[in-house]
Ligand binder design. Structure first.
Ligand code: SF4
Length: 195
């Protein structure tokens, strides 16, 4: 008996049909020139070359593995360089249950990252403690470090993690170069005991 076989009969798109992934920043264009502001160019470069640091402790980390796999492929967003060295990374992705004992470790990793740095809380546990309303679990990593984007779900699907990374990209692309030296940002860090 022959086994059922399915073929991919969809025609492959021509290269000319594939739309551009990166978008052009706002600016002024003329014959042979394009002018824009420096922070828009830097924002465009930063948002498309994010280096994530995965801090995975439990089940949400498994979803992150799927997100990095060939099917979802975070590399499409310029984020394939996952690093475990905080000094070279600019996006801290916290995935999983964080026990109170782990809180200082998360903060230490955050402190070792250079500015500009962003934080993504992936899943209910990292965002709020999730179902673990107990004496031993940190009720959200925003108790120890400032969080930029929260991804809901227990666990969130890879699509949701990708959506969170895209929200981070939006923030990165639009962030003013002066934000990190503003009084408001310094006050935010001081509220976490960070100088
Ligand atoms: S949010 Fe759910 S899936 Fe994610 S680490 Fe917590 S219990 Fe596991």
């Amino acid at each position: 008996m022959s086994r059922p076989v399915s073929y991919n009969i969809k025609q492959k798109p021509m290269v000319s049909d594939i739309s551009m992934v990166g978008e052009m920043p706002d600016g002024h264009q003329g014959e042979g020139f394009f002018a824009t502001s420096l922070d828009k160019v830097i924002g465009l470069a930063r948002k498309n070359s994010i280096w994530p640091l995965p801090f995975a402790t439990s089940c949400c980390g498994i979803e992150f593995m799927a997100t990095m796999g060939s099917h979802y492929d975070l590399a499409r967003f310029g984020s394939e360089r996952v690093g475990f060295s905080p000094r070279q990374c600019d996006l801290l992705m916290v995935m999983g249950t964080i026990a109170k004992k782990m809180g200082p470790v998360v903060k230490q990793v955050y402190l070792q990252m250079a500015e500009p740095r962003w934080v993504l809380a992936v899943g209910a546990c990292a965002s709020s403690g999730g179902i673990f309303d107990t004496y031993s679990v940190l009720q959200g990593i925003d108790q120890v470090v400032p969080v930029d984007v929260y991804v809901p779900g227990c666990p969130p699907r890879p699509e949701a993690i990708i959506d969170g990374v895209m929200r981070i990209q939006d923030l990165v692309g639009k962030e003013s170069l002066r934000r990190r030296s503003s009084e408001k940002y310094k006050a935010l860090l001081e509220s976490y005991g960070i100088q």
